[in-house]
Ligand binder design. Structure first.
Ligand code: FES
Length: 119
C-alpha cells in the first residue's frame, strides 16, 4: 500500500469545492481532485473526466456527486461510478483521510469510504 501524503489543511478547501493535486505534488501519474462536500465529507477521484479532457474539480458538486463542467456527465464521489452519459467509464477513486485538520491522500489506493471531517 502506498504511503499517505499530506496535501494541506482541510479548511483551505471550501465546502462544495475541490482542489487539484498535481503529479509533481503526489508522485502519482495523474492529477487527483480532492473534493470537500457540503455534507462534510472528503473524497478523491482522478481529476480528468473519463469522457474527454475536463477537470472534474471545476465541475459542480452536489451532495456526493460531481457534474463534469464540459458535457455534464456526473460521477458518484463515493465510488467513482458514472451516473449519466456521455461518459461511460467510471472514475478511479483514491483513499483520503482527515487527521488533525489535515488531508492525507493515498494516491492509487481505492477509496473504501469517505473521510468524514472530525473523525
Ligand atoms: S468531458 Fe466530461 S462529460 Fe465530456
Amino acid at each position: 500500500m502506498s504511503d499517505g501524503i499530506d496535501v494541506g489543511r482541510l479548511d483551505e478547501i471550501d465546502e462544495g469545492t475541490a482542489r487539484v493535486i498535481e503529479p509533481e505534488e503526489s508522485g502519482f501519474d495523474e492529477p487527483i481532485a480532492v473534493f470537500h462536500t457540503e455534507t462534510g465529507c472528503v473524497f478523491a477521484l482522478d481529476d480528468t473526466c473519463t469522457h474527454e479532457e475536463a477537470s472534474l474539480a471545476e465541475g459542480w458538486i452536489e451532495g456526493d456527486t460531481v457534474e463534469c463542467p464540459l458535457h455534464s456527465s456526473s460521477f458518484d464521489l463515493r465510488t467513482g461510478r458514472v451516473l449519466c452519459l456521455p461518459a461511460t467509464q467510471s472514475a478511479r477513486t483514491h483513499k483520503v483521510e482527515v487527521a488533525d485538520g489535515r488531508v492525507v491522500l493515498y494516491p492509487g489506493v481505492d477509496a473504501e469510504d469517505a473521510a468524514r471531517v472530525g473523525e
